[in-house]
Design a binder for this molecule. Structure first.
Ligand SMILES: C[S@@+](CC[C@H](N)C(=O)[O-])C[C@H]1O[C@@H](n2cnc3c(N)ncnc32)[C@H](O)[C@@H]1O
Length: 200
């Protein structure tokens, strides 16, 4: 299984954003939605072996988190507006108690941030996508259960960085240039695809 965690420093944890002005009204949730598409959607389908977590640290309802599981999610479309609508409806669903609650097939919401995600992940091989870190192509990646953490357009907030350091996440890079987070995911996914194909 492949898992991706994208931490949105200002991304709206409430459904009170406008689909007509997503970037301007949602704390740049659009950045996270492009990450979701890059990690989970392929031409004409979903990656059934992939789970994406969006950590939403923006607004009065924060922190909250979303989990989208490619194995059971239905009707995910690649355009940003459709994904934004899915997130908006999911955030509007009532959720009680600790941890993730399923609000629609394959989509779960937690009323917590990174703490809920780390608890949900359990034992795993954590990697932190970071500019100028050792190159992914040279890294001895675990193909069994890798988890990749990324920041948003502003990078990673210090508190999340400290938690990931305490978790022992290995920093990896995808090349010498700082790219958009969704492009970094595409490069990781492509490398995993190639390695899996090569190892049969
Ligand atoms: C647009 S970048 C953040 C840029 C922000 N100005 C900063 O200084 O952190 C968004 C995220 O993509 C990932 N990323 C971007 N370029 C990368 C690279 N060359 N190697 C690894 N990760 C990268 C990192 O996780 C980063 O937090």
């Amino acid at each position: 299984m492949r898992r991706f965690v994208i931490i949105g420093q200002r991304a709206s944890a409430s459904p009170d954003f406008s689909l007509a002005d997503l970037a301007g009204s949602s704390g740049r949730l659009d950045v996270l939605l492009r990450c979701l598409r890059a990690a989970l959607l392929v031409s004409h389908g979903l990656r059934r072996d992939t789970v994406v977590y969006l950590v939403l640290l923006g607004g009065a309802s924060a922190p909250r988190s979303l989990r989208i599981d490619g194995a059971s999610a239905r009707f995910l479309r690649p355009d940003e507006r459709s994904l934004a609508l899915l997130v908006q409806k999911s955030l509007a669903a009532p959720v009680a108690g600790a941890g993730f609650s399923l609000v629609r097939p394959g989509v779960a919401v937690a009323n917590e941030g990174l703490a809920a995600v780390l608890a949900d992940l359990g034992p795993c091989s954590p990697y932190l996508l970071e500019e100028h870190a050792p190159d992914l192509r040279e890294a001895a990646l675990s193909l069994a259960d890798p988890v990749f953490f990324l920041g948003d357009h502003q990078g990673l907030d210090p508190a999340s960085g400290a938690r990931l350091a305490a978790l022992g996440a290995s920093a990896i890079g995808v090349g010498p240039v700082s790219v958009h987070a969704d492009d970094a995911i595409t490069l990781v996914v492509n490398e995993l695809d190639r390695r899996e194909a090569a190892s049969g």
